[in-house]
Design a protein around this ligand. Structure first.
Ligand SMILES: [Zn+2]
Ligand SMILES: [Zn+2]
Length: 158
C-alpha cells in the first residue's frame, strides 16, 4: 500500500525555474558516461526517473541543452543554464530529472549505476546494481520493482 505522496520541489541554481515531482521516482541512478561527465562537469550524473504524469514545471522556461539529435532531449534553465531534466525520444513513461536539484536531495542515493566502462578510476557510488553499459529493456521492469521494494523498506522518499 502506498501512502499519499507529498510532492517535492526542485529548482535550478538561480531559482527561476522550479519543478515538482508528485509521485515516487521509478528509479535513481548514476551515469558514468563521458556525455554525462561533460554535461554535469563532474564525475557522473544523477538521475531520478520520474513518472511523466508526476513531473511538472511550475515556474520558469526550460530550454533545450546539450547535444541535439542523439535521442535525448536535455533541458536547462533559460537563465542560469543548470541542467535540469532529460526526455528520451519515444519514451513517454518517465522523465529523467536531476535529483540534486530537489530542495532536499539527500534521498537520491543512486540505486543503479550505468556506463561504468567509462567511470573515472576513483569515482565510486553506493549503487547496488552496476552496469558496464545500460540494463536491457528486459531487465528494467525487475529493476524498477526492486527499487520500489527498496523505497518501501526504507520509508520512501522523505
Ligand atoms: Zn550518461
Ligand atoms: Zn536558473
Amino acid at each position: 500500500m502506498r501512502d499519499a505522496f507529498e510532492a517535492v520541489v526542485g529548482t535550478c541554481r538561480c531559482g527561476r525555474t522550479r519543478f515538482e515531482m508528485s509521485a515516487p521516482p521509478l528509479m535513481t541512478a548514476a551515469c558514468h558516461c563521458r556525455g554525462c561527465q561533460k554535461m554535469s562537469a563532474s564525475a557522473f550524473s544523477l538521475t531520478a526517473m520520474v513518472p511523466a504524469d508526476a513531473f511538472k514545471v511550475l515556474e520558469g522556461d526550460p530550454v533545450p541543452a546539450g547535444v541535439q539529435g542523439n535521442g535525448l532531449a536535455h533541458f536547462c534553465c533559460s537563465h542560469c543554464k543548470s541542467w535540469m531534466f532529460t526526455r528520451i525520444d519515444g519514451v513517454e513513461a518517465f522523465v529523467n530529472v536531476r535529483p540534486a536539484l530537489f530542495d532536499d536531495p539527500a534521498w537520491c542515493t543512486p540505486f543503479m549505476e550505468t556506463m561504468t566502462s567509462e567511470r573515472l578510476p576513483w569515482a565510486q557510488t553506493p549503487a547496488s546494481h552496476s552496469y558496464e553499459g545500460f540494463p536491457s529493456m528486459e531487465e528494467l521492469p525487475g529493476l524498477i520493482q526492486a527499487f520500489a521494494d527498496h523505497l518501501q523498506a526504507n520509508g520512501g522518499v522523505p
